[in-house]
Ligand binder design. Sequence first.
Ligand SMILES: [Zn+2]
Length: 92
Amino acid sequence: MPKKRKSRGRSKGGKGRSELVQCSNCGMLVPRDKVKRVTTWVSLVDPVLAKELRSKGAYISRQKVIKNYCVSCAVHFGVAKVRSREERKPFR
Ligand SMILES: [Zn+2]
C-alpha cells in the first residue's frame, strides 16, 4: 500500500498501541503520539496592566496551558498545515 508519510502521521515508530487522549477542542479520542501538543502561557492579569506592573518591577505569574489537538483541529487552528507532496519530507 502506498504511504503518504513515512511515519504515517504518528511518532510511535515500531511500538504497539499507544494510549488515547481527548482533543481539547472537539473531544475526539486520538492516540497520544498522533496528537498535536501546544503549550501556551496565559497570564491572569490584563496585558496592558501587566506591562505597567512589570515596568515597576513586579513579578507576574503565568500559567502553563497544555492543549492536545487532533489533526483536523490542528489544521483549523493553524498549528499544523496541509502540505503538498513536494513540501512534505521526502522519503524513499
Ligand atoms: Zn479535535
